[in-house]
Design a protein around this ligand. Structure first.
Ligand code: CA
Length: 282
């Protein structure tokens, strides 16, 4: 009997060993652990690109992307953080990275807002450095609220795709699935807003975008960028970010802390409570 039990235990160990050990968290930052003040120089973040004016700030445990109006200001400092070993497009198939954030959009005044988040294919600036997987916001067509938008890269043939209306001033847990697929143009981004669980298969994307014809392929992700780019024709929305996670799997990129707050803002919480009550009653 004891022998049989040992054999079963050994079989279970073998089964466990065949589960791929693929669950890597590349970045997990809660900005409440950062000091108020300039972000660059803290937690592995460094100034990115040439601009040094108005360094990005941490205020009250949140990274603050300031509302910038076109022509009213110049391009301000961006920051980058390395993901460690770059995530590269494989020779065949798809490699995916997942970027999770908990954030609040306070203002989205302009349809021409620049992106506030991107990945970079290199850590240094210069030749071949490009910001891909850009995330932005714009005002919703209804006149109230906003839409998140994503694009695979920054090229003209690959514009932002936007999702549906969301309320300003509420925190959201978002996860961007960045898919690097062998060949071009075929990369894609799926954005999830307030995931209901850490099971990717059961989630419905808020918006999906695939690289347009003729656009260059994304070769790798070396770092992640917070941007406060502005110019004569584009500005920035006012955004506060409490957490940033980058992982090679969906579950570990989900930032759960304030999801209930965000769900309440969406009006989803009462439905969830009803569902729980029904389950208890059954
Ligand atoms: Ca590709």
């Amino acid at each position: 009997m004891i022998l049989k039990r040992n054999l079963l235990f050994a079989a279970a160990l073998v089964a466990l060993a065949t589960v791929p050990a693929k669950a890597v968290v590349l970045i997990s930052d809660n900005f409440a652990t950062f000091s108020d003040g300039t972000l660059a120089g803290q937690g592995g973040y460094t100034a990115y690109a040439a601009s040094t004016t108005s360094p990005l700030q941490v205020v009250g445990g949140r990274v603050v992307i300031p509302n910038l109006t076109p022509a009213a200001t110049t391009d301000n400092q961006d920051v980058i953080k390395s993901v460690g070993t770059p995530i590269v497009t494989p020779g065949a198939g798809t490699a995916s990275a997942f970027v999770g954030m908990n954030l609040r959009v306070n203002t989205a005044p302009l349809a021409t807002n620049s992106y506030f988040f991107a990945t970079s294919d290199a850590l240094a600036t210069g030749m071949g450095v490009f910001q891909n997987h850009r995330i932005t916001v714009r005002p919703d067509a209804s006149g109230t609220g906003f839409n998140f938008g994503v694009r695979v890269n920054g090229q003209g043939g690959n514009p932002f795709a936007f999702g549906g209306q969301l309320p300003l001033g509420s925190f959201f847990s978002i996860v961007a699935e960045l898919n690097l697929t062998a060949g071009a143009p075929n990369d894609s981004v799926r954005l999830f807003v307030n995931p209901t669980s850490t099971d990717l298969a059961s989630q419905t994307p808020y918006v999906t975008v695939t690289a347009g014809t003729g656009t260059a392929d994304v070769t790798q992700i070396a770092g992640v960028v917070f941007s406060q780019f502005a110019s004569a024709t584009t500005g920035q929305s006012g955004i506060e970010i409490t957490d940033l996670r980058v992982a090679d799997n969906f579950a570990q990129a989900v930032v759960p802390e304030t999801s209930t707050v965000a769900l309440a803002g969406l009006g989803v919480l009462p439905l969830a409570l009803v569902a729980i009550r029904r389950r208890k009653a059954a």
